[in-house]
Design a binder for this molecule. Structure first.
Ligand code: MEV
Length: 432
């Protein structure tokens, strides 16, 4: 279908991916019906375009996801400002709200395990004797990896364990190499290690390797956070006469429902990941790896459940969260891209375990804010402010007009694009 005023879509030229960046951009621009404001938005600055070109194949620009900071966090006694890259309107406001709720009572207390990740080699056609040989093969694996892992070992990381087991359904043998990856996410190191030992495992077992790759399960790389506040703190933002103790009780019930009901657990955990994924993107961590690990952890009992727990007893609301958080502060895009380095600077240049702890606190804060809203006024009210600002923008408001039109819309019965247009016209009329 042809859209009025837009170009028809045509195919990209052969060899597109091998063209120079600006040629690629010209090819793309002439091939797709991209409006000018869209083109401007994805073009970014020349440096950003060049970085995109260095980072991915067939780059044509970059996506400007909004970056904001959640403020007021007290994590293990330290003030932390947390950058989040997110497109959803109320995520940063919710995190900041929960940070304020908790900080008078010590904020969030957090912990993290050592940054252990697993590289896997899967083998087929392994006899019982072959498997027995692999069971004793740990020292050889460690020796074979000593050069590859030497720089990690110098920093206190490196080889930790070697484990083998036979998978009951396929009969394949799974060989796990557990490595302390220190501040890296570890994917490159783990994949290199797995591929390096693959022929050795074939030789020792008499089997044939099917594949060698890291596991994103990350169940040995956990972090957690907890808080406890007197229930009266929940009075902030409640309508007059509403009982904060009842709000606390309902938060605990809501959390218990998320433990029991899978459909609810998925949404509950999505709310936790709203913050964690935003932090991952702001620091250019591997968002997919972090999400995959979290959801696998939620299903570790064989049933998908909530990642967090809340209790309301004796006038105190307590919340806690634990999950794998394979966050890195070096390697990949994390310490390469200047935008990610800027986010790390805002965070106080943490090491990887500290970043995982901050992520855990953020996830729990996000969860607390969501549950508090859900069991009281609902989440739509909080969304309306941002919705109104977007309507104002769409109606043509710019600069300070956006806020003024949004405020005018808040007083209207209907808030739609027509109402925003009327509010903008009235504002301009008054100003002229
Ligand atoms: C929305 O992005 C997140 C929530 O749905 C989370 C939840 O329901 O707990 C509000």
């Amino acid at each position: 279908m042809r859209t009025a005023g837009m170009k028809e879509r045509k195919a990209l030229p052969p060899g597109f991916r091998r063209h120079e960046l600006e040629q690629r951009r010209a090819d793309l621009h002439s091939a797709f019906p991209i409006e000018q404001d869209g083109w401007d938005a994805l073009s970014g600055l020349p440096l950003q375009r060049e970085l995109s070109d260095v980072m991915v194949e067939s780059a044509i620009g970059c996506t400007p996801v909004p970056l904001g900071v959640a403020t007021g966090f007290l994590i293990d006694g330290v003030d932390v400002t947390i950058p989040l890259a997110v497109e959803e309107p109320s995520i940063i406001a919710a995190a900041t709200f929960a940070a304020r709720l908790t900080r008078r009572d010590g904020g969030f207390t957090t912990w993290a395990s050592a940054p252990l990740m697993t590289a896997q080699v899967f083998l087929e056609q392994v006899s019982t004797e072959g498997l027995a040989k692999l069971h004793d093969f740990g020292p050889q694996v460690e020796a074979a990896l000593s050069r590859t892992l030497s720089t990690l070992a110098e920093r206190g990381g490196g080889f930790r364990r070697f484990e083998v087991s036979r998978l009951p359904e396929t009969g394949s043998v799974r060989a796990d190499i557990i490595i302390d990856v220190r501040d890296a996410m570890g994917a490159n190191r783990l994949n290199t290690a797995a591929e390096l030992v693959r022929p050795l495992l074939e030789e020792a077992s008499g089997g044939r390797a099917v594949m060698a790759i890291l596991s994103n399960e990350a169940r040995d790389r956990l972090a957690g956070a907890r808080f406890s506040i007197p229930v009266e703190r929940l009075a902030v933002g409640l309508s007059p006469g509403a009982d904060p103790a009842e709000t606390a009780r309902r938060i605990a019930v809501a959390a218990a429902i998320a433990q029991e009901d899978t459909a609810r657990a998925v949404t509950h955990n999505k709310g936790i990941m709203n913050g964690i994924a935003g932090l991952a993107l702001a620091t250019m961590n591997d968002t997919r790896a972090i999400e995959a690990a979290a959801h696998a952890w939620a299903a570790r009992s064989g049933r998908y459940r909530s990642l967090s727990t809340f209790t309301a007893d004796a006038g105190v609301l307590r919340g806690s969260l634990e999950l794998p958080l394979p966050f890195a502060t070096v390697g990949g895009a994390v310490d390469f891209h200047p935008a990610s380095r800027a986010s790390l600077a805002i965070l106080g240049n943490p090491d990887a375990p500290r970043l995982a702890r901050i992520a855990a606190a953020l996830g729990l804060a996000q969860n607390l804010a969501a549950l508090r809203a859900l069991v009281t006024e609902g989440i739509q009210q909080g969304h309306m402010r941002y919705h109104a600002a977007r309507l104002a923008w769409r109606a043509g408001a710019r600069g300070p007009e956006v806020r003024m039109v949004a405020e005018a819309l808040a007083k209207e019965e209907r808030s739609d694009i027509a109402a925003a247009g009327r509010a903008l016209a009235a504002l301009r009329e008054r100003g002229s």
